[in-house]
Design a protein around this ligand. Structure first.
Ligand code: PRP
Ligand code: URA
Length: 212
């Protein structure tokens, strides 16, 4: 399977990998799972947002003037419900000025097609907006493509996917349809199983985050 490495950033930071390892463990209790998922989310979003543009500003410290910078990009967070909420919460803590547009998608267990049940987007968005599609699992890629397409149709091309774990099949599918989309992930795993689950993955992210 061909995956274009340049558009995919695997975050190998030891703290990322330690948190991800705890999420993978089937014995990790749901309280710890949520806490670790929140920490991992903060780290991955932080890494993904390294690309944001800044503009210089002046600031007064107690000892005098200093040069500083503020983010100048129009940032949109687009969590894919349900599991993407954990990433959105963490991202909002880092960048309080970001707008959040929730996208409700549910994978049909039989067909593995993403079914849309909620999307409340404005009539227009600035074409130069930076959109972060947040979803812990990039499996077949169906949900990611459905989410990206909403913004693509509105003329927003600067889209970045953030996931805990990605399957090569999902990355390839996204890259074929939207080659400009960047991906930041904690791991590229081996493959999908017959039920569309990432192997080894971490199981059902939504169920484990929300204890269902
Ligand atoms: C899971 C996951 C992704 C999607 C990934 O969500 O959180 O959104 O599957 O699969 P794909 O790449 O094959 O589309 P699910 O549909 O189970 O919904 P949930 O988050 O509400 O549990
Ligand atoms: N959704 C999940 O939560 N886990 C997978 O492995 C695939 C889809």
């Amino acid at each position: 399977m061909t995956v274009t490495a340049s558009a995919v950033q695997v975050c190998n930071h030891p703290l990322v990998q330690q948190n991800l390892t705890r999420l993978r463990d089937f014995q990790t209790p749901s309280g710890e799972f949520r806490r670790r998922a929140g920490e991992l989310s903060r780290m991955l979003v932080y890494e993904a947002m390294r690309e944001l543009a800044v503009r210089p500003v002046g600031v007064e410290t107690p000892l005098g003037p200093a040069k500083g910078s503020v983010i100048s990009d129009y940032v949109i967070l687009a969590p894919v419900l349900r599991a993407g909420l954990i990433l959105a919460e963490a991202a909002q803590e880092i960048i309080a000025s970001a707008r959040i547009y929730h996208i409700g998608l549910k994978r049909d267990e039989e067909t593995l097609q993403a079914i849309s049940y909620y999307a409340k987007l404005p009539d227009a968005l600035p074409a130069e907006a930076c959109v972060y599609v947040l979803d812990p699992m990039l499996a077949t890629g169906g949900s990611a493509i459905a989410a990206i397409s909403l913004f693509d149709k509105m003329g927003v091309k600067n889209v970045h996917l953030v996931s805990f774990v990605a399957a090569p099949e999902g990355i390839q599918k996204v890259q074929q349809k939207y080659p400009h989309v960047k991906i930041t992930t904690g791991s590229i795993d081996d493959k999908l199983n017959d039920h569309g689950y990432i192997v080894p993955g971490l199981g059902d992210a939504g169920d484990r985050i929300f204890g269902t």
